[in-house]
Design a binder for this molecule. Structure first.
Ligand code: UT7
Length: 332
């Protein structure tokens, strides 16, 4: 019997309607369109507005989109893995809430916290579940409501992040399509450069932590930038080498959308021309766990069965990784 691989068989997404443009940011903090564009590549980002709306609402919409496109019912799903650093609440897991909102009555679910690499980490876990032969339909959803942890008086972070959700369905394949290989890394010593100071067991929420603005993203941008450029480029190259893939073999690079300069550096290291790189940072900013599935969703119609695609990410933790996917269907 041939080996079972885990193929992506459907992609869904959700993007909030509200557009936070660079022009609007100029009215909120001391910044300008030119600085944001040249330093990050971002024109606008989407923000989830509305009382009582959370990450799970965006993820549930992405899941429903994916199910409708695949033409299957919610009851058929065995497992949902939710990558997020902006869960609805500390517990229960957002995956459980998404399962409830999307009607996944027969699925178990759990969250993965790996910041911008969360989708790749979750994809690897989901792949293993499918490859084991025990689970037939696994959803991996990357979602973040970054606006819930961004300080809109801090110009160094508020121009970067946006909200959104993207999801993929993994199913068994016996023809060799799907997730072929993955290299994942983490280095917890990098936490000093990118984290949220309070709200965890180290520093529980209090009046003082709120007053000190310790429930927002803390980032030392330049340091993260240096690690990200090297980390994402090196691991993507290592994945290519280990699988004897040349630039000509690769149809698409799907990089985490944190900064256009980091994306360019990764593509250069891999020897890929810009036409082979999925870039939508200008429209959505950095949606953390959602960037990679949002790219797959946006480019889906351009993907052909058999295309070699490299997914790559770097983020808080530090966490980073690269994954090789052989695309399993034509969706034109
Ligand atoms: O996805 C998770 C992982 N995160 C990342 O990968 C992010 C990596 N880091 C970055 O993308 C970049 O470091 C940033 C986009 C965050 C910042 O860009 P930078 O080129 O590293 O800028 P900088 O922090 O070195 O700041 C340069 C200058 C400073 O002014 P002075 O000290 O030179 O006078 C900042 O105060 O730019 C200033 N600045 C701004 N100016 C206008 C910082 N933010 C802004 C702003 N508008 N929004």
């Amino acid at each position: 019997m041939s080996k079972i691989t885990a193929a992506i068989t459907s992609v869904g997404a959700f993007l909030p309607e509200f557009r936070l443009t660079n022009a609007l940011l100029e009215t909120m903090v001391e910044t300008n369109d030119e600085w944001i564009k040249t330093r990050t590549g971002i024109d606008e980002r989407r923000i989830l507005k509305g009382e009582g709306l959370a990450s799970s609402d965006m993820a549930a919409e992405a899941v429903k989109d994916l199910l409708a496109k695949r033409g299957i019912s919610a009851e058929e799903i065995d497992c949902i893995i939710c990558a997020t650093v902006t869960p609805d609440m500390v517990f229960p897991a957002t995956a459980n809430i998404v399962g409830d909102k999307a009607g996944l009555k027969n699925a178990f679910g759990f969250d993965v916290s790996a910041a911008c690499s969360g989708f790749l980490y979750s994809l690897t876990v989901g792949t293993s579940l499918v490859e084991s032969g025990r689970y037939k339909k696994v959803i991996v959803v990357g979602v973040d409501k970054m606006s819930s942890i961004v300080d809109y008086t801090d110009r160094a972070t508020c121009v970067i992040f946006g909200d959104g959700a993207g999801a993929v369905l993994l199913e068994p394949n016996e023809e060799g399509y799907g997730v072929k290989d993955s290299l994942l890394r983490s280095d917890g010593s990098g936490r000093i450069f990118l984290h949220m100071k309070a709200g965890g067991s180290l520093k529980p929420s209090s009046m003082e932590t709120v007053q000190a603005k310790e429930h927002y993203i803390y980032q030392e941008g330049q340091s993260v930038f240096k690690f990200a450029v090297k980390g994402m480029a090196d691991i993507s190259y290592e994945l290519m080498e280990r699988n004897n893939l040349t630039a000509d073999d690769i149809a698409w690079l799907v990089p985490h959308q944190a900064n256009l300069r980091i994306i360019d550096a990764t593509a250069n290291r891999m020897g890929l021309s810009k036409e082979k790189v999925m870039i939508n940072i200008q429209k959505y900013g950095n949606t953390t766990a959602a960037t990679i599935p949002l790219c797959l969703w946006e480019w889906e119609k351009k993907l052909n069965k058999g295309d070699n695609i490299i997914l790559a990410a770097f983020g808080g933790g530090f966490t980073w990784g690269a994954t090789w996917v052989k695309w399993a269907y034509d969706s034109k």
